[in-house]
Write a protein that binds this ligand. Structure first.
Ligand SMILES: Cc1ncc(COP(=O)(O)O)c(C=O)c1O
Length: 625
């Protein structure tokens, strides 16, 4: 209507020099513009009214739809519906089909729009006081704080530029800028090619590769006359390599720790007999005497059979580093081979193979120095490799093959102590150069200094979190916000670079980990929530809910298609994990603790309501890993 009026005034004033017409015409335009702006702001404002206080408008829209049980497919089939939901509109044009993709859309991941966090301003006075006390309590940290800050400023500046508090270093180290630079420089200037050829560039690639292998062995104190290294895709690849080649046969036994990563548990698929040794009751500590007894007893009844025990350097859930010496000694005394999962330990602790003497150890390099991904290693005793038999051969693993219609295949494999026997196809020859750089990078910082830096931060965070209590309720009760399984340091256990806990409402109801992960994300804090591919700790902690699955039906559960109602019982069950790395600063730790105090503890009612809502409406089917 307004535009029509403006049009009429325009017509009337056409060719007219009347100043009134001129003013009227412009006034209409201004009013028209004002209304347009108001309309847009009002819509945003109205949309912002319902829902949780931290949700972005996209998320709120998504939440509205989830609450209305609108499925992606329905919306795609019926484009007229819910035109007001921006993310759904974008989803349609970009052909997004799964709810997960949709969620990513809502947070801008697929659209690649820049991430915008609503990071809170830090209480600078509180920070200064806490920092001062922290430095006084952790004097070793204080000595090297400046040099770690310099690394942070040089190689991880994007964290501060984007105001992201990253506390998921057990998931992966972030990529240091200087490693990308040095690797790019290397690739620009060096001509390397498939090392299986005989050319100069191949020779160059082989030389680089050899240097990288030597650097890794050196880093892990592995004597090259005793140990060798095989490149794998990651730690999982290394575990699988041992699992599929270990001669379990009919009577061989596989044993593993209760808080093992799924990649360790998966090896049980290759063994006809497998056992788990238990935790100390009510805690996340291994029952080491029990484990040693079990190994001894099994070796008495199954003399001469092959036995493999898997232990973990640092649990990726509890963050505990167990004393390994006694277990390894008992294992060796009783004829067991030992496989060490050092994926979570190696990034922040010294792995000394000459001291611990395990047969097999595995790592993922992206966890240690953040670049590159897609390459890990199995470091193994040459003598232990003699035992392994690969179930297949491929380019790279053989010296000669003849294929004959009548006589079949004639194959000469590489020697078992050679890495080639275990490496399928062309090795990752570009990335092994980056591994050498990465090793040098970590060594220049110093692994022992990294241990002090990270363990100081995690101990401080743990101490602060243990003091978080809800206010008294009407009956005068106070309840802890968080629950940690007990750990006694006098048992030789050490808290590594991570910490996990479960969070409870004021009414003592488990807060779904997804909810906390979501709130943290909106605050610009990256943490890990769930069970982290390690169901053992969950089994111990959430026993009452897990009883259905704790009846030795591991394989049936994994093989079958579990009924929805079983999955339903696990809604929201899982932990919250914070993990630190050498780029972590005290400010990161302080921000996380402040986040729990300000965003969770001060909002008991919101948290309780959202917990109920999440459990009934929002939670996706749970996964146990
Ligand atoms: C203890 C532990 N073992 C094994 C793995 C598997 O590592 P990847 O996924 O790099 O193979 C992880 C990954 O987080 C881990 O923490």
């Amino acid at each position: 209507m307004l535009s029509r009026a403006s049009y009429i005034v325009n017509k009337l004033s056409a060719g007219s020099s009347n100043p009134l017409c001129f003013v009227l015409n412009n006034a209409f335009c201004i009013v028209w513009l004002l209304i347009l702006c108001l309309k847009r702001n009002m819509a945003t404002w109205i949309r912002s009214l319902p829902g949780a206080w931290w949700e972005s408008s996209d998320e709120r829209a998504l939440r509205g739809l989830v609450e209305k049980q609108v499925k992606v497919d329905d919306v795609r089939a019926n484009p007229a519906e819910d035109e007001n939901c921006r993310c759904f509109k974008r989803a349609r044009t970009d052909n997004v089909s799964s709810p997960e993709q949709l969620r990513q859309h809502a947070t801008g991941k697929l659209g690649m729009k820049p991430q915008v966090w609503t990071a809170k301003k830090v209480d600078s006075l509180g920070y200064k006081e806490a920092h001062k006390k922290f430095l006084a309590d952790f004097s070793e940290f204080a000595e090297t704080e400046k040099s770690f800050q310099a690394i942070r400023d040089k190689d991880f500046s994007c964290l501060d530029e984007q105001e992201l508090t990253f506390l998921d270093y057990t998931g992966s180290m972030l990529t240091p800028l200087s490693l990308i630079d040095s690797h790019t420089e290397f690739l620009r200037k060096t001509i390397i090619a498939n090392p299986h050829s005989n050319s100069l560039p191949s020779e160059m690639a082989s030389g680089v590769d050899e240097r990288a292998r030597a650097a890794v062995l050196n880093m892990f104190h592995a004597d090259p006359s005793e140990y060798t290294i095989m490149w794998t895709q990651n730690a999982t690849g290394a575990l699988k390599l041992v699992g599929e080649s270990y001669p379990f046969g009919e009577d061989g036994v596989y044993m593993y720790a209760p808080d093992s990563h799924n990649s360790v548990l998966g090896v049980a698929r290759y063994a006809k007999q497998y056992r788990m040794f238990p935790f100390v009751q009510g805690s996340w500590m291994w029952n080491i005497p029990e484990a040693c007894k079990l190994m001894t007893a099994i070796s008495h009844v199954s003399k001469g059979t092959n036995k493999l025990v898997a232990i973990t350097g640092q649990s990726n859930v509890s963050g505990i580093k167990h004393p390994l010496g006694e277990m390894v000694r008992t294992a060796h005394k009783n004829g067991w081979d030992v496989m060490l999962d050092s994926a979570a330990m190696a990034p922040t602790s010294r792995l000394n193979l000459s001291e611990i003497g395990v047969e097999y150890a595995c790592v993922s390099f992206y966890k240690m120095f953040g670049y590159p991904t897609g390459i890990g290693a199995l470091v193994a005793k040459k003598s232990a490799l003699q035992k392994l038999n690969r179930p297949w051969f491929s380019g790279g693993t053989v010296r000669m093959v003849r294929s004959d219609t009548e006589k079949g295949l004639y194959v000469i494999m590489h020697k078992k102590e050679n890495a080639e026997y275990f490496e399928d196809g062309t090795p990752n020859f570009q990335m092994s150069a980056a591994v050498e750089e990465g090793v040098r990078y970590v060594q220049s910082i110093g692994i022992d200094r990294i241990t002090v830096h990270t363990s100081s931060l995690i101990r401080w965070i743990g101490g602060e979190l243990r003091q978080l209590y809800w206010d008294e309720d009407s009956l005068g009760r106070t309840r802890p916000l968080l629950k940690f399984p007990a750990m006694k340091s006098d048992d030789g256990c050490i808290q590594g670079s991570s910490l996990a806990f479960a969070m409870y409402t004021k009414e003592n109801k488990l807060i779904p980990h997804q909810l906390i992960g979501n709130v943290a994300r909106e605050r610009g804090i990256a943490i890990r929530t769930g069970c982290f591919c390690n169901p053992g700790t969950g089994l111990e902690f959430f026993q009452s809910s897990m009883h259905k699955l704790s009846s030795g039906k591991f394989f049936e559960f994994a093989d079958g298609n579990p009924a929805e109602d079983i999955l339903d019982e696990f809604r929201g069950i899982g932990f919250i994990r914070v993990s630190v790395g050498f780029p972590t600063t005290f400010m990161d730790a302080f921000k996380f603790v402040s986040f729990l105090k300000e965003d969770i503890l001060r909002r008991p009612k919101d948290i309780s309501t959202l917990t109920d809502e999440w459990l009934t409406k929002m939670a996706p089917p749970a996964s146990l890993c």
